[in-house]
Design a protein around this ligand. Structure first.
Ligand SMILES: Cc1cc2nc3c(=O)[nH]c(=O)nc-3n(C[C@H](O)[C@H](O)[C@H](O)COP(=O)(O)O)c2cc1C
Length: 219
């Protein structure tokens, strides 16, 4: 869904959609935020995160989607809230631009992070454009997992999280009471924190004591 036709640029949005949106960030914490977006149900809320990040975190925001993510949230919708979306079938992806995109990023975040993408990143696998970009990036990517609690407790997922951390990445885990899509049950599950809290966590990564953090490379 929605992947064909190349990267979607915000400038392509109708004027009436852009007018009045307060997304100008005069004092960004980072220049270039690269946001990987995966096929977790939490992707349906991604526009609220993009609004927050553009207002309080980054001057430029580019999004890399997976096919699963775009089955739940069309690239055309995401594109209204960021500078550019790189879809799996876009020209940028076809030209193998993953290395340049990874180098462009001052801060690389995966939100929401699926078990699948974390597993690939932990094991050096690159079956998609997003996982290729992750493999082209230096350690220091920040993952915000969101998944069913049964998946989260699986030893393979625990192993992958440990491996990501050992490689120098960050995995921000927030456990809250949530109703699971798969079972309809309300249980404690790892979820992406609300937008303001996610932004605050990223501020802490970039400026842990008001100084620099090697996790976030300067642009
Ligand atoms: C409705 C629905 C919701 C899903 N939610 C999650 C989720 O929250 N976390 C997760 O890890 N996988 C979830 N999945 C499974 C992933 O979509 C699946 O593993 C997919 O292959 C992930 O692809 P990606 O990692 O390339 O985005 C969900 C699947 C469906 C159909």
């Amino acid at each position: 869904m929605g992947a064909a036709g190349g990267p979607f640029r915000r400038s392509a949005a109708p004027y009436s959609l852009r007018k009045g949106r307060n997304v100008t960030n005069e004092n960004p914490v980072v220049e270039n935020l690269l946001l990987g977006v995966t096929g977790s149900v939490a992707v349906v809320n991604i526009t609220a995160y993009l609004t927050e990040f553009r207002q309080r975190l980054a001057r430029h925001v580019r999004v890399v989607t997976t096919r699963s993510a775009e089955r739940m949230m069309p690239a055309e919708s995401i594109a209204l809230y960021c500078d550019e979306v790189v879809s799996p079938d876009s020209p940028a992806a076809r030209k193998a631009a993953h290395v340049g995109l990874a180098q462009w990023a001052s801060l690389f975040v995966v939100l929401p992070a699926s078990a699948n993408v974390m597993g690939a990143a932990a094991n050096g696998l690159a079956p998609s454009f997003l996982t290729s970009t992750l493999l082209a990036a230096e350690p220091g990517v920040v993952f915000f997992p969101n998944m069913n609690t049964t998946m989260w407790r699986h030893p393979a997922v625990s192993r992958n999280v440990e491996r990501l951390r050992a490689d120098g990445h960050r995995v921000v885990v927030e456990t809250r009471s949530a109703t699971e899509v798969a079972t309809g049950e309300t249980v404690d599950a790892p979820v992406v924190p609300p937008p303001a809290e996610a932004a605050a966590a990223l501020h802490g990564v970039v400026e842990p004591t008001g100084g620099s953090d090697p996790v976030a490379r300067s642009s």
